[in-house]
Design a protein around this ligand. Structure first.
Ligand code: SF4
Length: 110
């Protein structure tokens, strides 16, 4: 079973427990369809706008065993409040630069 680390939007964290993220991860659905059921080894926020802490937190999760980093749907799709992150592209680019090309970056959860 692959190990993944999930990064979520800090603004959404106030109101969302992340239930759907855990559900699709356990079932290997949504953004995890190609991996099958995965084990979540970290579930952290971006640290708040503009999301700079996502970079060091992604690296820490890789150091702790994550084989893929996942941006939760609150960041990329605006679930559940309909507000997608305006800094998505910058966060993605900075995270990939930090974790390197061997670690997959998955861009949504559900
Ligand atoms: S940077 Fe994006 S993901 Fe992070 S709190 Fe702001 S809107 Fe949410």
């Amino acid at each position: 079973m692959k190990k993944v680390g999930i990064i979520r939007c800090q603004q959404t964290e106030d109101m969302c427990p992340g239930t759907s993220d855990f559900k699709v991860a356990a079932e290997g659905k949504g953004g995890f369809e190609h991996l099958g059921p995965v084990q979540i080894v970290g579930f952290v926020s971006c640290g708040g706008c503009p999301g700079k802490r996502a970079v060091s937190r992604a690296k820490l999760m890789v150091d702790r065993g994550a084989e893929a980093i996942v941006l939760a749907s609150c960041i990329s799709r605006g679930n559940p409040i309909g507000f997608a992150c305006p800094h998505l592209d910058a966060i993605k680019a900075a995270v990939v630069r930090k974790i390197g090309p061997e670690i997959e970056l998955i861009e949504y959860t559900h």
